[in-house]
Write a protein that binds this ligand. Structure first.
Ligand code: F6R
Length: 608
């Protein structure tokens, strides 16, 4: 949730670290700081607020340094103040570190350290790690880090410097992301590749509890038992443009508009339109286990959980394979009925969500086979799962997930198609579905052309305080996703409901001030949804309907109609979510909200 960047090399570290932090601001943005290291010791600068402010403060100092570590924070322990901002420095001023994650036993450690006379200057859990390293230091930073962390319970990505070793950054991770990268006589550490992509595409992924040591001469990596190990250098395949706005006002808008391409990328080489089938290389050897498993679970959080709900419905409806969905945060604690005959799909854009990682661990402890559906290559979830599929959506920077959702659903659709064919779906049905999937990029392109109309509608509803989203079948998770998008970025309270459930309670809320978004495709529940819309109108509610292109009847009941190309229930969720993403976006813009960095949120929730 926080961002870490560190640099060591022949150039001035400050602009590299500042720029890296700016690229990581989507991960946390309530305060930030940098620690510079040179022969005169550690020089610290911290501010509340954004990295621009930190940049301004450093410009006044006119200083430079070949070594620096920086951090942008999303507060967990202690409010966003300068004292609580990272880097944290030891009492003797010699150790500085930045931390991403949570130290679970910090209270006990802090009490012990205070009893021994150590004085803390922040409310954070992180500061105990600085104190422990400082106490364990006897001339070698990596040894001190190893010794200090043997007392720590929790999750961490850490970059650490010591004034007595001015040509060294030590880094390590456990349960929180951290990579190292190799440049031309310069080396980097970061919590996210985006931070350093401008300088290097050669990345080393640290595994849990490994220690990386960066010096001007190179990078060395050690296992937790102190042995030096050789690590593979991975080539990053995406480009700098993918982490830039590219002329769009916000990353979220860019990502919404990139969906024709990202959906195409998720299907590339996998959809077999001529055969009415799909091929997923990463799961090929697992298909038999998926078909014959006693239980199939999907586990995920937030938007990815909505994709999981769609996956479950598709597995059951088309492949006739019973499945269940569980919030990752609940999975772990409900003694799930999984065992060696179970398959658990973990779905995650970032691949770093702590709740999902904990659910994976729980499933593994119970000997289940865990498969991943992930976006970020080399992420913790990608590495913790036995096999899986990458969704290939490219970096998602907007905090509210958009393109990752449609790519997740695309991959789940491909998997369903593959399984359904093996379970007896006819050639004709397979071909119809595969051809509808092939048309998706073009249909999404068509939907994006409605953006101006949606922006006009958004103006009429931007002052609402509550919204209700209604949908049925596979469109119920879409209603949930529409509501989540709206609340995240516009701070309007919104709820998603199965349309027919409205009359069992929420109808009490309906009046002119509560807009309803009704997903009303011309499928088998169409007449029922029309009745629901009429029930809303009878109570003076205002309705924005999503309807199938060519549907004229709906105009008589809804206040506004957003048309969607005709779709099978297989492809409907991907198409229907696009206007809802745009509606949330334009409402948030109309309300003057910070769309890409909504309050209290951060991309990638690496704490449980
Ligand atoms: C919503 C959103 C979050 C994430 C959730 C899971 O727009 O982005 O709800 O979907 O935190 O994140 P991942 O998919 O990275 O595991």
């Amino acid at each position: 949730m926080c961002g870490i960047v560190g640099y060591i090399g022949q150039n001035n570290a400050i602009p590299v670290v500042i720029e890296g932090l700016q690229r990581l601001e989507y991960r946390g943005y309530d305060s930030c700081g940098i620690a510079l290291l040179n022969v005169t010791g550690i020089n610290l600068e911290k501010v509340t607020g954004k990295v621009n402010k930190l940049q301004g403060a450093l410009a006044q100092q006119q200083t430079s340094s070949p070594v620096a570590i920086g951090h942008t924070r999303w507060a967990t322990h202690g409010p966003p103040t300068v004292d609580n901002a990272h880097p944290h420095v030891s009492q003797d001023g010699k150790v500085a570190l930045v931390h991403n994650g949570i130290i679970e036993n910090y209270k006990i450690l802090r009490d012990e350290l205070e009893n021994s006379g150590y004085e803390f200057s922040s409310d954070t859990d992180t500061e105990v790690v600085v104190a422990l390293i400082s106490q364990a230091y006897h001339g070698n930073l990596e040894s001190a880090v190893r010794e200090a962390l043997s007392h720590v319970i929790g999750a961490y990505g850490l970059a650490i410097i010591h004034a007595d070793e001015p040509e060294k950054i030590v880094c390590t991770r456990k349960g929180a992301p951290l990579i190292m990268a190799v440049g031309e006589n310069e080396y980097f550490v970061a919590s996210d590749v985006a931070a350093i992509l401008k300088y290097s595409k050669d990345v080393i992924y640290l595994d849990n509890e490994e220690i990386g040591v960066l010096t001007p001469d190179g990078i060395k990596t050690y296992s937790s038992d102190e042995n030096q190990i050789a690590k593979k250098i991975h080539k990053i395949t995406f480009n700098l443009e993918e982490v830039e706005k590219g002329g769009f006002e916000h990353f979220m808008l860019k990502e919404i508009f990139s969906q024709p391409q990202t959906i195409h990328d998720a299907m590339r080489g996998r959809l077999l339109p001529e055969e009415g089938n799909a091929h997923l290389g990463g799961l090929n050897h697992m298909i038999g286990s998926i078909l014959h498993a006693d239980q199939r679970y999907f586990t995920a959080c937030g938007t990815s959980w909505h994709a999981a709900l769609i996956g479950e419905m598709m597995f059951e409806q088309f492949a006739r394979l019973p499945s269940e969905v569980e919030y990752a945060s609940e999975f772990r604690y409900r003694e799930p009925l999984v065992d060696t005959k179970s398959i658990v799909f973990a779905i995650s854009q970032s691949g770093e969500t702590a709740d999902t990682l904990a659910a994976i661990q729980e499933a593994k402890n119970r000997d289940a086979t865990v498969l991943g559906i992930c976006n970020v290559v080399g992420s913790s979830i990608a590495r913790e799962t036995e096999a899986g599929v990458y969704i290939h959506a490219g970096p998602e920077i907007g905090v509210a997930s958009t393109k990752a959702f449609t790519s997740q659903v695309t991959v789940l659709s491909l998997l369903t198609l593959k399984l359904a064919r093996l379970m007896g779906m006819s050639d004709a049905d397979g071909l119809e579905i595969a051809q509808a999937m092939q048309r998706l990029p073009e249909d999404v392109e068509w939907l994006l052309k409605q953006a101006d109309q949606i922006a006009e509608i958004a103006k009429l509803y931007a002052d609402a305080s509550n919204f209700l989203y209604l949908g049925r079948g596979v469109n119920f998770p879409v209603a949930l996703e529409g509501a989540l998008k709206l609340k995240e970025i516009s701070y309007i309270h919104a709820e998603g409901y199965p349309a027919a459930e409205m009359k069992h309670g929420p109808i009490a809320l309906i009046d002119r001030s509560m807009p309803i978004v009704a997903i009303a495709p011309q499928d088998k529940t169409y007449d029922k949804i029309i009745s629901n819309i009429e029930e809303v109108k009878a109570r003076h509610g205002r309705v924005i309907a999503l309807a199938t292109q060519g549907d004229t009847r709906i105009k008589d009941v809804a206040d506004h109609v957003l048309y969607v190309p005709p779709a099978l229930s297989f492809t409907a969720p991907i198409l229907n979510v696009i206007p809802l993403q745009l509606l949330s976006y334009y409402i948030a813009v109309e309300r003057g909200c910070n769309v890409d960095q909504p309050r209290n949120l951060a991309k990638s929730v690496t704490v449980e």
